[in-house]
Design a protein around this ligand. Structure first.
Ligand code: FES
Length: 335
């Protein structure tokens, strides 16, 4: 084996530029891939900010997810800045971060039962959000680009150390700075965890007095027989009451109409299961998440994005006027 071939082999093993390939070309490719990594990270952050500012269900239904998305956007921006500054050491954190955020976003689907939805329905809702799809695509792009850039970085071998200061590029390139970056990322992840835990701690627990009313005519539920939600004599037109049926996480509303008949409807919006609220002025149930409106007499959809009407609750009234929920009628994605 000639001396030259032996040297080439050693260079390859050290991860240096492949013989015949210009070092300048490899450097340009590395820089191009690293900038594209930064662009993809910025895109991911912009789409995350768009979701945070437009999807109210994040803030009403899943506050911990909103905090998580804020952390993802923040880290995206930090990593993008490091990639634009052509700090090679940002490539591995970018690659790992893209994989982690992709898994976390897909993992959101597993939390569907927490928000009273099946995983299948929640997955279909998420994948119909173009911004959500955009974030996933951007993170896949980050992973591919950062991996490719790392390949070019390896071809160039170890970077010659030049003592840089904050005045040279805004940040020092050293092991200590790398550790600072990782520390900041871990700190943000920890902060997200703390905020999520606080959200769980301070979220009011659902009432456990199943079947009994929670508001409305002012009648005392203690005088009602077990399972009754109200007495027809105590109900007044225009003053509905809420009750929980068939479980303590399923709110419903009971109306007495002017002809004396009773109507009970689920309060859970059939779009993504946010709780609707009754508007006396429009005699409708309005969803705060994406603005669906339902007719308070029938549960019919007056305005989307919900498509299905609100399920109703079949009632039984005994000789004393006590009202008992019997069963839920109608389709809903809410568990
Ligand atoms: S949850 Fe989207 S409109 Fe109600």
């Amino acid at each position: 084996m000639s001396a030259n071939t032996e040297q080439d082999k050693n260079e390859k093993q050290k991860g240096r530029v492949i013989p015949g390939v210009s070092k300048a070309l490899v450097t340009r490719s590395l820089q191009k891939f690293q900038r594209l990594t930064g662009v993809s990270l910025v895109l991911s952050a912009i789409l995350g900010a768009f979701l945070l500012s437009t999807d109210r269900s994040l803030w009403i239904l899943a506050v911990s997810h909103a905090y998580g998305l804020i952390a993802i956007c923040t880290v995206d921006i930090f990593l993008a800045a490091f990639n634009f500054a052509l700090i090679r050491k940002a490539l591995l954190p970018s690659l790992l971060w893209a994989v982690l955020t992709f898994v976390l976003q897909i993992g959101d689907i597993l939390t569907a039962p927490e928000y009273k939805m099946t995983m299948l329905y929640f997955a279909s809702y998420l994948f119909h959000l173009w911004a959500f799809d955009g974030i996933l695509s951007a993170q896949v792009a980050v992973a591919i680009l950062a991996y490719s850039a790392r390949s070019y970085a390896k071809m160039l071998g170890p970077k010659k150390r030049k003592k840089l200061t904050y005045f040279d590029m805004g940040i020092k390139s050293s092991r200590r700075d790398f550790l600072q970056i990782m520390g900041a990322i871990l700190g943000l992840i920890g902060l997200t965890g703390i905020l999520a835990a606080l959200d769980v701690i301070y979220t009011p627990t659902s009432p456990s007095n199943l079947g009994n009313s929670q508001s409305g005519s002012g009648s005392s539920s203690s005088s009602l027989p077990p399972g009754a939600i109200a007495n027809a004599k105590d109900l007044q037109v225009g003053s509905p009451i809420t009750f929980y049926y068939p479980d303590s996480t399923s709110p419903n509303i009971l109306f007495k109409k002017s002809d004396g008949s009773l109507v009970a409807l689920s309060l859970l919006c059939t779009h993504v299961c946010c709780e609707t609220s009754f508007s006396t002025s429009s005699n409708a149930l309005i969803c705060p998440c994406h603005g669906s409106i339902f007719d308070a007499n029938t549960g019919a959809v007056l305005r989307g994005p919900a498509v299905l009407p609100l399920p109703s609750v079949e009632l039984n009234v005994d000789a004393s006027g006590n009202i008992f929920p019997i069963k839920v009628k109608g389709q809903s994605p809410c568990l």
